[in-house]
Design a protein around this ligand. Sequence first.
Ligand SMILES: [Zn+2]
Length: 94
Amino acid sequence: MTAIFLIVLGSVLLFVLLAFLIKKPGGSHRQPAAVVLKPCAICQEKFPESELVTRTIGDANYKRSFCDRCITELYEESRLLHDPLYKASDSEDA
Ligand SMILES: [Zn+2]
């Protein structure tokens, strides 16, 4: 009777151990390497580092990252400052 109990208990423990060992690698697959989010220096919204453009500011090694939307807004503002016809020609196209 004790032998049967030990065999059943051993089987259950072995099953739990195998289930734990099989589940662990699967768990790491479900959680890919954590994506590092960095804030845009202008809007402070956080993006994956790969989606930001980073530039050194000033003489010191002072780096800041910028998102696509803020870069586009800066570009649009710059165009308006230096090309007064930019907006007019843009609205003609639309
Ligand atoms: Zn931004």
